[in-house]
Design a protein around this ligand. Structure first.
Ligand code: ZN
Length: 640
């Protein structure tokens, strides 16, 4: 959705940890593991396009030592006599795309998507000047890949005008490029002035005899593509590391964002020999630059009230330019963090914008002399003045005035309108804030009571957009049940849990009536979540809002029950060994008959369904006295 919730650094760290765990405990590796996948699935709004050849992701590293290891491993694994030549290129922080040329003419372009299927965005790509509509030479069929990006000055101008129009502010040039490229109206894409660097070409016949990546880059340039001029052929990994060091400094002067260096084995012959892992080529890796840090002064510490009532501190900073944008606020997480960092107003601090999301304060570099004012955690809510209360087992303080605290109401309603919830395009924080301030909106239900005239009178946006706002609100009335549950903002219930709840209870009514055991029977749902759900639906204020919504026609769609029987209800199966079809298929059959599956055998397992070569799960079932059945016995159970 072009709106990451964790930084790239965090993501990469977790990803690496997962890879290591999977290596150590292969029996727990899920078929859906992200280590098998390339990020991002295609969205529905564009036609899907199946790539002729898969677009892989790249493994990446933050250390030179890891680069050396990668290089040594290549030499050893492929018994290379000579050190293989490498090509270093700047890793452009944009959106990967694939372009298809037939008879030298650009015919189709798509986003990477999940690497196998992307979105057909041909019309939008045609508006980008750096993409030639015709190439120089006569070539029957060719695929070119590259990175579409937004130059930094274009990005800054765009955000200025977005701000002036009360529209979405993009976190960084990459998100802006992605958002601009996936416009349904190609004219908007054209106005956004995107550019592209090409870095890969594949020709369906061998007649051109291009033997290396560096030759391919030259060839692409000759065909009229924009090839980044800063690439370098390196004799070995030492030269590559030198290149990374130089560009870590020099990149700050570039007019496009780069977040690292891509390092590839130059020879195509070697590349072919080395091949791919499940998600990335073995012959390439990316070195990511360390996140940028800058120093600034804490001018004030403000206190925010979130939709849960949690009160959290935010550092107001002397404006400072970092990773392509000006930053004025940084999160401090909680009051313990202020103590831990020993931050006072007036102190000079180091901030980091890891992967350019919300910057955070790393440490104090210089305490303000004399004038520094120690920060005292607030006693009363800064929004409504209610006395704050601690919650057992949590570091945050909470405002208990949950139904009347203006900041909480705003945060709740803003969440209600957001993309993963009711998805009201154009109804963002500013507009919600004004609606709450003028007293017309106190609950999510109030949004649906607003007429076009109300919206016009409030002077929120231009006349024409009042109609758009009205439409966005009214057209959101019948979401999927999962979205609706997510929108309610029940504590500890996020997007995924909402989906599990929707699939379990099928209708809002049966979720409202659910008992604790029903809820706890969902895999991954613990007591904390279950209690929170029960509390939510037991609350009379919440019930008033739900009734209000219903009477306004805000009704989620029920989940269709696709169970064919309930024969296996209450039973948990563990599948192991080789069966006549995939485990996923058997798992689907079990679910369709009301049963559940689990990945490991425990005393709660009803049956182990074992095929040939069942392995350790079979042994464990024996040890725990869990009944083991074969495929035939299973088929008899479900009468098939
Ligand atoms: Zn409050």
């Amino acid at each position: 959705m072009d709106a990451p919730t964790v930084s790239d650094v965090e993501y990469d760290k977790l990803f690496k940890e997962l890879q290591e765990l999977e290596k150590k405990y292969p029996e727990f590796k899920s078929a859906n593991s992200p280590t098998n996948k390339v990020g991002g699935a295609a969205e529905k709004k564009f036609a899907q396009y199946k790539h002729k050849e898969r677009l892989y992701s790249l493994d990446n590293t933050y250390s030179y030592y890891d680069l050396e290891l990668w290089y040594d491993k290549l030499q050893k694994n492929y018994s290379l006599q000579e050190a293989p030549e490498l090509v270093c290129e700047l890793k452009i922080d944009g959106l990967a795309i694939s372009l298809n040329y037939e008879n030298s003419t650009f015919v189709l372009g798509a986003t990477r998507g999940d690497g196998v299927v992307g979105e057909n965005i041909t019309n939008n790509l045609k508006t980008i000047k750096a993409i030639p509509s015709k190439i120089t030479e006569n070539i029957k069929s060719m695929e070119v890949r590259g990175e579409v990006f937004m130059p930094v000055d274009v990005f800054e101008k765009l955000n200025e005008s977005q701000k002036a129009n009360n529209a979405k502010i993009f976190a960084n040039p990459r998100n802006a490029a992605a958002g601009s490229l996936r416009q349904l109206d190609a004219e908007i894409t054209r106005e956004r002035n995107l550019s592209m660097f090409a870095y890969y070409g594949r020709i369906d016949s061998d007649e051109l005899s291009i033997k290396s990546h560096s030759e391919m880059l030259k060839f692409l340039k000759f065909q009229g593509f924009n090839v980044n001029p800063n690439y370098k052929v390196c004799k070995n990994v030492d030269e590559a590391i030198k290149y990374c060091k130089i560009w870590d400094k020099k990149r700050k002067n570039l007019d496009y964002a780069t977040d690292g260096v891509v390092i590839k084995v130059n020879s195509f012959e070697l590349q072919n020999e080395m091949g791919f892992t499940a998600r990335a080529p073995r012959w390439a890796t990316a070195y990511k630059f360390p996140p940028e840090e800058v120093s600034t002064v804490v001018e004030d510490i403000e206190v925010n009230v979130g939709r849960s009532g949690a009160v959290t501190p935010v550092a107001v900073l002397e404006p400072v330019f970092i990773s392509g944008s000006t930053v004025q606020r940084a999160t401090l997480h909680n009051f313990d963090e202020i103590k831990r960092l020993n931050i006072n107003i007036g102190d000079r601090v180091l901030i980091k914008k890891a992967a350019e999301i919300i910057p955070k304060v790393i440490c104090v570099t210089e305490h303000a002399e004399g004038v520094a004012k120690a920060f005292e955690p607030p006693v009363y809510c800064p929004s409504c003045g209610t006395k704050l209360v601690p919650v057992e087992g949590e570091v945050n303080l909470y405002c208990p005035n949950k139904n009347a605290c203006p900041e909480q109401i705003k945060a709740k309603i803003e969440y209600w309108t957001s993309k993963d919830c009711m998805d009201m395009e154009g109804v963002g924080g500013n507009i919600v804030s004004k609606l709450v301030d003028c007293g017309m909106v106190k609950t999510p239900a109030d949004l649906y009571k607003l007429s076009i005239d109300d919206l016009k009178k409030l002077n929120l946006v231009a006349d024409k957009s009042s109609q758009n706002l009205y439409n966005a609100i009214q057209s959101s009335k019948n979401p999927t049940l999962a979205r609706f549950i997510n929108s309610l903002g029940i504590r500890h219930v996020g997007k995924e849990m909402s989906e599990l709840l929707a699939n379990k209870f099928l209708t809002l009514e049966s979720l409202q009536k659910a008992g604790i055991d029903d809820i706890l029977s969902i895999d991954g749902c613990g007591e904390k979540i279950a209690v929170s759900i029960l509390d939510f639906f037991a609350d009379s204020y919440n019930n008033d809002i739900l009734n209000d919504l219903k009477s306004l026609g805000v009704v989620p769609k029920n989940v269709e029950d696709n169970r064919v029987s309930r024969i296996l209800e209450g039973m948990t199966f563990v599948i192991t060994g080789t069966l006549s079809d995939t485990r996923d298929k058997f798992s689907a059959i079990i679910k369709a008959n009301g049963g559940k599956t689990a990945s490991s055998v425990s005393k709660n397992t009803s049956y182990v369904l074992a095929g040939e070569n069942p392995g350790s799960k079979y042994d464990k079932a024996q040890a725990l006295g869990v009944k083991v059945i074969n495929e035939n016995e299973f088929r008899q159970m479900i009468g098939s």
